[in-house]
Every structure is written in C-alpha cells, then in structure tokens.
Design a protein. Structure first.
Length: 102
C-alpha cells in the first residue's frame, strides 16, 4: 500500500473544518484513530469536525505535516503509531470519518 487511500490522488491542505473532515476521510481514519494520531480525545475530534468556530491552528499544522511525509513513510508512521496506541483497531478503518455530517 503506497497511499492511504489509492482511489484518491491528492491530499488537501487542512485549513478549516471541511478540509479536516476530508483529510480524515482521505486517510481512512475513524474518530478514535484520529485522536490517537494527533494526541487528543475523541471529543476533540468531534468538536473539530462538527462544531462551530475555527479549527485550531495546531491541529491544521499536525495534519499538514503528516501529509507532507512521502506516501510510504506516512503509511508506515501511521501504522506504527496506531499499533502502539490502539492495537485492536485495524487501519485503514472500515468506518472512516465521512465527508458529510450524519
């Protein structure tokens, strides 16, 4: 596996809540996996996907830095990080964050 989601060709720059949601979907991550990767809580993920107000700049930076890694390095890093944090949740997620709010 070279890219997180081979059906899509490019990772969008995370700058607001819609692009954060798209990034999570592209990376095929569940809410729990996003919180493990970014070192936050699942409520932080929900707040930054659904809530009102701006996206925290540090969250944008973290996502964009992950995106800047070469594809193979990014995949390896994500797998290793998730294996340490939540080994019982396989990646890519079978139920990633969707592009539309439910």
């Amino acid at each position: 596996m070279v890219a997180a989601n081979s059906k899509k060709s490019r990772i969008a720059t995370v700058k607001d809540k819609p692009t954060f949601r798209a990034w999570c979907n592209y990376m095929m991550l569940s809410h729990e996996q996003v919180s493990a990767l970014l070192g936050g809580s699942t409520s932080m993920v929900y707040k930054n996907i659904k809530g009102k107000g701006p996206l925290r700049p540090l969250l944008c930076l973290a996502c964009n830095l992950i995106s800047e890694k070469p594809a193979e390095e990014r995949v390896t890093w994500i797998k290793e990080r998730l294996a340490q944090e939540i080994p019982d949740k396989p990646w890519p997620s079978e139920a990633p964050i969707t592009l539309e709010e439910k």
